[in-house]
Design a protein around this ligand. Structure first.
Ligand code: C5P
Length: 239
């Protein structure tokens, strides 16, 4: 049962439950980009994010990558393990797109011969700057051991997600992962959503953007694009 509101973000809310180790995530229809400069509401988007995220997090759980996801509660809500937030973002890139492509002066979508994993400080005021491991440890955000684990989990999760999306005819271009320390066991686990809001997803056949770039770049109908992702994931056996 939902108790007090613990966090009220732009795109979702987190509620306490009767169990101190569990929380409820509620997805809103609002979306923001460019550090909240751009904002809009797309009716039904929260439902799509909730369902897509549930499929992806459950898939990772089933494949040995521990996440905070426990179960779907309804159209907009999921039950999750409570975590202590680690304010870092780990970004897995199969291709260079968006910020990374502009920063390094390569064409958007450039495919290098290796996987790239980046670390950013999750701090809105500073614009989520890129940091290295020494800087993250210096700010007491995580220990070296935890960072090592986060990178290793990110690579495993990135590989698994790439494989799953490919099966659904979608190319995973990049994915942002967040981590926390589980309240129940203290383990480092993937927290927060994994959805078209946090990944770049390109239709393998048409090259169509099926992610938040639709909104960032005014490319396409956000709800339609996200619904395609859900349909494609529902059309395969997720294992
Ligand atoms: O914005 P940038 O190009 O660095 O994004 C890389 C990936 O991380 C994209 O899939 C983007 O949607 C995701 N991201 C995110 N939250 C942020 C920054 C990036 O989900 N704060």
């Amino acid at each position: 049962m939902k108790k007090e509101l613990l966090f009220d973000g732009n795109e979702k809310q987190v509620y306490a439950t009767e169990n101190p180790d569990l929380v409820i995530f509620r997805y809103k229809d609002v979306t923001v980009a460019y550090n909240n400069v751009k904002r809009a509401r797309f009716p039904g988007k929260g439902i799509l994010d909730n369902k897509i995220s549930a499929i992806l997090l459950d898939y990772l759980n089933c494949n040995g990558v521990e996440t905070h996801f426990v179960g779907l509660l309804g159209d907009r809500e999921q039950l999750c393990r409570k975590i202590e937030i680690i304010p870092l973002e780990v970004v897995f890139h199969n291709r260079m797109a968006g910020t990374l492509a502009s920063k390094l002066g390569v064409p958007d979508g450039f495919k290098p011969g290796n996987i790239i994993v980046d670390l950013c400080y999750n701090n809105e005021e500073l614009g989520d700057p890129l940091v290295n491991q020494d800087q993250a440890v210096a700010l007491n955000l995580a220990t070296y051991k935890e960072l090592e684990e986060m990178f290793s989990i990110a690579r495993r999760a990135g590989t698994l997600l790439t494989r799953l999306f490919h099966k659904a005819g979608i190319e995973l271009v990049d994915a942002k992962l967040e981590f926390g320390r589980a309240a129940d066991t203290g383990a480092i686990i993937i927290s927060d959503e994994i959805s078209p809001d946090t990944c770049r997803l390109w239709d393998e056949e048409t090259g169509e953007r099926l992610d938040k770039d639709c909104f960032r770049l005014d490319l396409c109908d956000v709800t339609e694009a996200y619904a395609k992702v859900l349909d494609k994931l529902n059309s395969i056996t997720v294992k």
